[in-house]
Design a protein around this ligand. Sequence first.
Ligand code: E4P
Length: 224
Amino acid sequence: MKIFLDTADVEAIKWGVALGVVDGVTTNPTLAARAGRGFKETVLEICEICTGPVSAETVGLTAEQIIKEGRILAQWAPNIVVKVPLIAEGLKAVRQLSAEGIKTNVTLVFSPAQALLAAKAGATYVSPFLGRYDDIGQEGMQLVREIVQIFRNYNFQTEILAASIRNPLHVVEAAKAGADIATMPPKVLEQMIAHPLTDKGLTSFLKDWESVPDAKTVFAEPER
Ligand code: E4P
């Protein structure tokens, strides 16, 4: 399963990329606003830090405008993915952008029917927002499971990008459901790393290590 960071915070992206486990980045207008700087300069910097796919979202509401914005975004860097909302005009735009070889990520997907249409339109990625379902007391993961089933039935090449991830359990459940990618805030990636038993075990290993006779010298030898 691929891991994307869902942020426009370049410092957080540098941290994630340095870990060696981040395969891409997703942004949206809210995250861009939170970054507090120009959208283009932010996205260009992200594309340099992360060589994997970087989603940048269009804001137009007509196919014509979305296509225009998508073409502009696609020229910024080779790893840009044009993020398009799941509306009728968005589907038209995705069909055209795909025909031009521009990668697309269809976002704000809240039903399997919407995901099916995105795949038929030729989307590279489809982003079901599972956390926003959980926020209103409904199980978002069921959406991911149904999309996985449909895409497998018809061998769609569109990748399922589990989005609106709130915690590590979401990532694990999305992986078990067969999502291709999970995009998450940096905080969730931090939470995935941490475990109190790991910390406790490490503390005791390091304490015991002190009584190993050559503990202070064994790693002091020069490398050959
Ligand atoms: C997906 O690409 C979106 O940017 C994101 O996952 C939305 O998540 P939210 O519900 O935390 O805003």
